[in-house]
Ligand binder design. Structure first.
Ligand SMILES: *Cc1c(COP(=O)(O)O)cnc(C)c1O
Length: 243
């Protein structure tokens, strides 16, 4: 009789399999869009995932992780293998919580207001550092979502380019839930256009290095449309269990 694997061992096996599969898919999508695997940053969205499993993925080669909630990030912080991976913040961030993560994260991907940018800059200067940020765009103009509307992006760029404690490294988006990949491609391409437009303006303090878009269900499509950073959770770690 075959010995039954413990559920934790089974989960590690799944992560191993998923990681390799995602790597392969990223490489293929990169090739289709005229780039290579190394042009794409694979960030794992680690909300609800135990540090044991996150660190296992890091041992497989994962180099970027992103958390969504300040409290969860702080409670897991001591456990992350931060000598081997970069920790980023990807969730909605309230201004009053900024000081709890500045100095701990390498990038904050979800900046969508002057107020939030101001606070990150202020707290960074207190630490004597500059914090990398992405500007989050609400490309589908959804009421329920965070992010600056596309037509307001220029104004926000103009403002943040004056702040000394932050550096804008690119754009991030979470598009609306789409019925098919053609619809998703419309949003992703719209983001790529914004990304290229701003890049072309060569503004102070803004270097358009990252276009962060694409999650488990659509990362290959996002890469084909120009994403160079994808944020993948459930395809790597399995369905999330909220406790
Ligand atoms: C959870 C999350 C993801 C990953 O979602 P999956 O569909 O599980 O891949 C990506 N980006 C953000 C901001 C998230 O909160």
């Amino acid at each position: 009789m075959q010995e039954k694997l413990s559920s934790s061992q089974q989960k590690l096996n799944d992560i191993n399999y998923n990681y390799r599969k995602i790597e392969e898919n990223i490489a293929n999508a990169a090739l289709i869009s005229g780039r290579t695997r190394d042009d794409i940053t694979f960030l794992a969205a680690t909300k609800t995932v135990d540090v044991e499993y996150i660190n296992y993925a890091v041992s497989l080669g994962l180099r970027y992780i992103g958390e969504n909630k300040v409290q969860e990030l702080l409670s897991k912080y001591e456990g992350y293998a931060l000598d081997k991976c970069s920790l980023q913040f990807i969730g909605h961030l309230q201004s009053n919580k900024v000081r709890q993560i500045v100095g701990k994260v390498d990038m904050i991907q979800s900046v969508d207001s002057v107020r939030l940018a101001d606070e990150i800059s202020k707290q960074s200067l207190k630490h004597g550092i500059k914090t990398d940020i992405l500007l989050e765009v609400n490309i589908g103009r959804e009421e329920s979502k965070s992010g600056v509307f596309p037509e307001k992006l220029d104004e926000l760029c103009g403002y943040v380019s004056t702040l000394e404690g932050i550096k804008v490294r690119g754009l991030m988006t979470i598009p609306p839930i789409c019925a098919d990949s053609a619809e998703a491609a419309g949003y992703f391409s719209g983001m790529y256009k914004l990304f290229i437009d701003i890049k072309g303006k060569n503004m102070d303090n803004i270097s358009m290095d990252y276009l962060s878009m694409g999650m488990s269900s659509d990362y290959e499509e996002a890469i084909k449309c120009g994403a160079n950073m994808v944020r993948i959770g459930s395809s790597l770690f399995g369905e999330r269990i909220y406790r």
